[in-house]
Design a protein around this ligand. Structure first.
Ligand SMILES: [Zn+2]
Length: 194
């Protein structure tokens, strides 16, 4: 992980859509997340309905980095390499991090105002995933947070091995109980390299 970062109070966009409050516990080990220095990821898959001017979370969760590391390692080595290579090819993470950290202004929109891969503005997207790294009640600004559009997620999804798809399917079944028809993009989490 890049050593350059800054902390900012956890913004509403990373609160749970279900409760309108910050996530409080790790999805997997259920440890309390807001008590101090615990590092965790927040991932939200959002679908918008422009005709109704609404959006909903297809799924959302917070997971401590220990559990996330275990999940990441459960994916096949080939899938992990393909996902990492995809982001390395399309995004200059180091340059992006430094540029955003040095910029003034409405800083969060720099990180999540557009698809990190495609550059599409968030308000033009029907589907996207938001991924943030938080520590207690703070959001860590580094190469996180970021937004990935449905189009980019489809490309990442196509790089995954069958084995990894099964792992992700099991993950979604275990924690969200989503039927397969709701697990199309963006219903499947995109593995993120931490
Ligand atoms: Zn955990």
């Amino acid at each position: 992980m890049s050593s350059a970062y800054r902390l900012t109070p956890l913004p509403d966009v990373f609160h749970s859509c279900e409760t309108d409050q910050p996530f409080t516990h790790c999805l997997d080990c259920e440890r309390y997340l807001l008590g101090g220095e615990t590092d965790y990821l927040i991932e939200k898959a959002v679908r918008t309905f422009p005709e109704y001017d609404t959006r909903e979370a297809v799924f959302e969760y917070a997971m401590c980095l220990d559990c996330y590391e275990t999940l990441w390692q459960s994916f096949s080595e080939a899938s992990r390499e393909h996902v990492e290579a995809y982001f390395m090819e399309h995004v200059n993470v180091t340059e992006r991090t430094h540029r955003f950290l040095e910029a003034d202004g409405d800083e969060l929109s720099a990180w999540i105002g557009r698809c990190m891969v495609k550059g599409t503005r968030r308000d033009a997207l029907e589907e996207y995933q938001l991924v943030g790294h938080a520590r207690g009640d703070q959001l860590v600004l580094s190469h996180f947070p970021y937004l990935v559009s449905g189009a980019a997620m489809s490309e990442v999804s196509a790089l995954l091995s069958n084995e990894t798809r099964d792992e992700l399917g099991g993950f979604m079944d275990e924690f969200f109980g989503l039927p397969p028809e709701l697990r199309k993009t963006p219903g499947d989490p995109v593995p993120v390299a931490v």
